[in-house]
Design a protein around this ligand. Structure first.
Ligand SMILES: *[C@@H]1O[C@H](CO)[C@@H](O)[C@H](O)[C@H]1NC(C)=O
Ligand SMILES: *[C@@H]1O[C@H](CO)[C@@H](O)[C@H](O)[C@H]1NC(C)=O
Ligand SMILES: *[C@@H]1O[C@H](CO)[C@@H](O)[C@H](O)[C@H]1NC(C)=O
Ligand SMILES: *[C@@H]1O[C@H](CO)[C@@H](O)[C@H](O)[C@H]1NC(C)=O
Ligand SMILES: *[C@@H]1O[C@H](CO)[C@@H](O)[C@H](O)[C@H]1NC(C)=O
Ligand SMILES: *[C@@H]1O[C@H](CO)[C@@H](O)[C@H](O)[C@H]1NC(C)=O
Ligand SMILES: *[C@@H]1O[C@H](CO)[C@@H](O)[C@H](O)[C@H]1NC(C)=O
Length: 921
């Protein structure tokens, strides 16, 4: 990888280097970063990043000291030249899912770096050991990426590290500790936060890791594969406040000195194989305690439970508790939730009359309780199902024999004494009832001290904290909205957050978004103490909508909207269909001539046989294309986009072609380019324009498409152009071909018979089958998943490119909450809704089935095709028709393009919807 980038840089930057020889070294380094990045801020022009105040760049004495580009939609890889920015103190590239590949080892040259924030992006590979040589590093947040391999022991050298978050990656192996000659994490005596949850870390938790010299506040090791016993040295870390060891394979008994941890307020030991007697935690000030699903010795309900005065939550499911629950326990003043199911508690239940006023739920399902007599006015949700008490009263209905759960809260920040505004597509009504584009994401609290999600105080206090924070930091925010509180499957508490722009703005610019992203990635914002440690995951910001729609006139005629939308829908469905057809085509693998293989030289690390597998597309030389386009003459220029330009050309045989020429900053790595070519070359369908060939030499990347001069989209939508481009966006998404088309990859280098390939899959992860992360294998059902994401994007009109899985999650959450059908309006693009094709609900339903977690529960691609065909028929469309309304104008698609999302991907693919010749096969 490193060497590939290197070669790439040599090729691409040679001419640039000459030009900029006199400017400072930081610009040269930034230029190298830019060369492998897309979607850089628009004001990154010229050669003076400090003087011309590039967005996201901060300077001191004309040297770059901070790069903060959270949530700006950057894509590409991180060039090794980052290591030349020798004055850099802060690097925040969080929330850019399109940033992929490894962290270059040269990061270790940034000796002044204090904050390295790469949260929730697409990075992968090993965590470079050189990070350990950053003497000033204070905050290291690499969580929610795809890092693999083990935790480098060199991190132990980070003597100034305060925050270490490696959670939610694919890290494996043991936690390294020092041994006299080599460093280890036990040396991190200044570190307050070990957040390692949701990885595959294994081995024993080393007893050497903990000592009285540690000053840790949060130890979050949940959801890993740790084995062996809990080291008793943990009891020496008396600073500890939150301890999560749940969801591992820990054995042995709980060390008795754990009760020395008098500051621990959230303690999770659940879902392990702990044995021995229940620990005696007298003296601790536990607020939230979960020791469920262990194999402790049978014991009576411990009397010390009733001494935990701050306890809000006791979860002791399946822990061999027996005997009676003392009535004093229920009198604990803060108690909210008591889950004691699957134990052998017996006798008569007595909750007393002075039970805690916040008590919401007592779950005693499957115990031995024989009797319960509620006192007057008892109104707590209590479950005694599967107790003798309920068996005796069988036949009669007793309200305490129903299964009860904590009610899911449907909280959503209410309007501020106003009526919610009706917003046009994609905007959201703020709590102040103004339509705008909010910055949106999910705050994940990893160990809150409360469990009653129905108490609205928690949301109002958090919202107030957020607003006070934004105001005191002079961040331009009008209001915040919190919604969809849930306890997710990892037992984290997740809330949707929307941050609205000031009232004189429709949305945020890149500066605004990156500043807000930074306060979360950098943990500058601190929620109220009872929320505990958190992380924020962001949805990508719809810059395109914002920029594209502001100032543009909106069509007000319903007829026009309907007409255009129907036309668009036909196109959408056909486009989907067309993509699907592509998979059904038999492939003739015509391997390009090896002698003419530029990929080998670009991809030194790869097999030399790494040639694109092409069906019918050929390789052109630069000279050839130069000739066919009349030296890329202006008159042949038929369109421009962020990616580069498109030229009309004539082949010697007289065929017209459209040549898409990437401009410098837009080029992909050789491998990505190859993948794109392979993918496009497989798409031969009457409704999809064909790839004729490509050019990949002299530092150029060009794609050559069949050229269709007089498309009929314009005609079919004549007079409806206001809407047309909106549909163009969707068309692009329809084939999901944003960036190297993240689906369909399973068929690459297609050994179809094997059913999978094991090539490392790069690119945007949003469309990727979640099963892929576990199995590292893509199957046909992975394609189905990707199609499902694309279909959801179509109907929700959410930004596609990189957040597919959040779209799935969001739609799923809303559908679950409200049962199917509810407020499709809330998630479905109003334009689509407006036409109610009749098939819409079926379409959504199909999409949802395509994105279920379990691959084998998804429909097959064949079934998807059938259903879409039948949906089209319901809608009165003929899926097999050659109808003119299904074809698009190349020029229309490009020239009139109004910058919807992040431009270039539309540009790449808009040409595909041309009516082209019927597949020769
Ligand atoms: C310390 O660990 C390293 C790496 O595991 C090993 O090479 C070295 O021999 C060990 N040193 C001692 C003194 O155990
Ligand atoms: C704690 O720190 C002291 C002084 O730095 C050192 O002498 C001692 O060995 C350390 N103890 C442990 C258990 O690491
Ligand atoms: C638990 O520990 C406390 C204080 O150390 C002690 O007083 C109490 O008897 C113990 N309880 C049990 C059940 O062992
Ligand atoms: C205990 O284990 C069961 C079965 O695996 C699981 O469904 C339940 O959620 C677990 N309980 C807790 C509190 O984690
Ligand atoms: C409840 O269980 C305890 C311990 O198993 C036992 O000693 C006691 O007799 C039981 N009480 C009743 C009423 O069944
Ligand atoms: C909600 O929470 C607040 C603060 O924690 C508490 O004072 C209040 O009593 C709670 N309300 C209910 C109904 O439990
Ligand atoms: C009991 O649960 C139901 C739904 O499960 C909920 O609506 C109700 O508010 C709960 N009651 C109490 C007192 O928590």
């Amino acid at each position: 990888m490193g060497s590939r980038i290197h070669v790439f840089l040599l090729l691409v930057s040679a001419p640039i280097l000459l030009v900029v020889a006199q400017t400072n070294q930081d610009f040269v380094a930034l230029k190298s970063l830019i060369d492998v990045w897309d979607n850089i801020p628009p004001n990154w022009v010229g050669s003076d990043p400090c003087g011309s105040r590039w967005v996201g760049i901060r300077c001191t004495n004309s040297r770059v000291t901070a790069i903060t580009l959270a949530s700006t939609g950057l894509t590409g890889t991180l060039s090794g030249d980052i290591g030349s920015l020798s004055e850099l103190q802060t690097l925040d590239l969080s929330y850019n899912k399109g940033l992929t590949g490894p962290i270059p080892a040269s990061i270790g040259n940034l000796k002044k770096l204090t904050n390295l924030l790469l949260v929730d992006s697409g990075f992968s590979g090993l965590i470079p050991a050189t990070i350990g040589s950053l003497p000033q590093l204070s905050i290291l947040s690499l969580n929610s990426n795809s890092f693999s391999g083990s935790i480098p022991r060199e991190l132990g050298n980070l003597s100034n590290l305060y925050w270490l978050d490696l959670a939610d990656n694919k890290l494996s192996g043991p936690i390294p500790v020092s041994n006299g000659t080599t460093p280890g994490l036990d040396m991190l005596t200044k570190t307050k936060h070990f957040h390692f949850g949701k990885n595959q870390l294994s081995g024993e938790i080393p007893s050497q890791l903990f000592s009285s010299n540690m000053t840790l506040l949060h130890v979050l090791f949940e959801n890993n594969s740790f084995s062996g016993s809990i080291p008793s040295t943990l009891g020496l870390v008396t600073s500890l406040e939150v301890l999560r060891l749940d969801r591992n394979s820990l054995t042995g008994s709980v060390p008795s000195n754990l009760s020395k941890l008098v500051h621990v307020s959230e303690l999770y030991l659940s879902n392990n194989q702990l044995t021995g007697s229940l620990p005696n935690l007298t003296g601790m000030s536990v607020i939230y305690l979960d020791m469920s699903n262990n194999t402790f010795d049978a014991s009576d309900f411990p009397p010390w439970f009733s001494t935990l005065q701050s306890l809000t939550t006791l979860i002791m499911e399946n822990t061999q508790l027996q005997g009676q629950i003392p009535v004093s326990f229920f009198a604990l003043p803060q108690l909210q939730t008591v889950v004691l199911k699957n134990n052998q508690l017996n006798g008569t239940l007595d909750v007393g009359s002075r039970y805690g006023s916040q008590l919401q739920l007592i779950d005693l399902e499957n115990n031995m309780i024989v009797d319960f007599k509620p006192r007057m006015g008892f109104k707590i949700n209590l479950t005694l199902a599967r107790n003798p008490f309920c068996q005796e009263t069988e036949g009669t209905t007793n309200t305490y024999c129903d299964i009860r759960k904590l009610p899911d809260s449907k909280y959503s920040t209410p309007e501020n004494n106003c009526n919610p505004a009706t917003c046009s597509a994609h905007k959201v009504s703020s709590p102040n009832c103004r339509c705008a584009y909010p910055y949106m994401g999910f705050i994940t609290f990893r160990a809150p001290s409360f469990s009653d999600l129905s108490n609205t105080t928690i949301y109002t206090s958090l919202a107030n904290f957020l607003m006070q924070f934004f105001q005191s930091h002079q961040l331009p925010v009008d209001s915040v909205s919190l919604s969809n509180p849930t306890r997710d499957t990892d037992n984290y508490f997740v809330l949707t957050l929307e941050v609205f722009p000031p009232s004189d703005q429709d949305g945020f610019d890149q500066t605004g978004v990156s500043e807000i992203g930074f306060v979360f990635s950098n943990q500058t914002f601190k929620p109220p103490h009872n929320f505990g440690p958190y992380t924020f995951l962001s949805l990508s910001y719809p810059f395109g909508y914002f920029e594209g729609i502001t100032g543009a006139k909106k069509s007000s005629s319903t007829a026009i909207i309907i007409g255009a939308a129907v036309g668009g829908c036909v196109l959408v469905l056909l486009a989907l269909l067309a993509g699907i057809y592509a998979f059904r085509q038999k492939r003739r693998a015509e391997i390009a001539d090896k002698q003419n293989n530029p990929f080998a030289s670009w991809d030194r690390n790869k097999n030399s046989g790494d040639v694109p597998q092409l069906t019918g597309a050929r390789s052109f030389s630069f000279e050839e294309l130069k000739k066919y386009t009349n030296n890329f003459s202006e008159t042949n220029d038929i369109g421009t986009g962020g990616y580069g330009k498109v030229y009309r050309g004539v082949l010697p045989n007289g065929h017209l072609v459209a040549v898409k020429r990437a401009q410098r900053g837009s080029m992909q790595g050789g491998n990505e380019f190859k993948t794109e070519i392979e993918l496009l070359s497989r798409v031969h369908h009457k409704n999809v324009v064909s790839l004729v060939g490509f050019c990949f030499e002299q530092g150029e990347q060009m794609l050559v498409y069949e050229y269709i001069a007089n498309g009929t989209l314009k005609e079919s939508l004549s007079g409806k152009t206001g809407i047309k481009l909106d549909w163009m966006r969707r068309l692009r998404i329809a084939l999901g071909t944003a960036r190297v088309a993240d689906f369909g990859l399973s068929k690459l280098r297609g050994d179809l018979e094997k059913g999978h390939v094991t090539t490392q899959v790069k690119g945007t992860m949003g469309y990727m089958d979640p099963e892929y992360y576990m199995t590292q294998q893509l199957t046909e059902k992975s394609d189905v998943y990707s199609y499902g994401v694309v279909m959801l994007e179509l109907v929700t009109a959410r930004q596609p490119i990189d957040k597919g899985k959040y779209i799935v999650r969001e739609v799923r959450q809303r559908m679950d909450k409200t049962k199917v059908g509810y407020n499709l309006q809330e998630i479905i693009d109003p334009v689509i809704l407006g036409i109610t094709l009749g098939g819409l609900e079926k379409f959504v339903d199909l999409a949802m089935r395509c994105v279920v977690e379990e691959g084998n529960e998804r429909p097959t691609m064949g079934e998807v095709v059938k259903e879409i065909e039948s949906i089209m028929q319901i809608a009165g469309l003929n899926p097999n028709s050659d109808s003119a309304s299904t074809s698009a104008s190349y020029e229309g698609a490009i020239k009139g393009y109004d910058h919807p999302y992040s431009d270039d991907s539309l540009f790449v693919y808009s040409g595909q919807y041309l009516p082209s010749k019927v597949e020769p096969q």
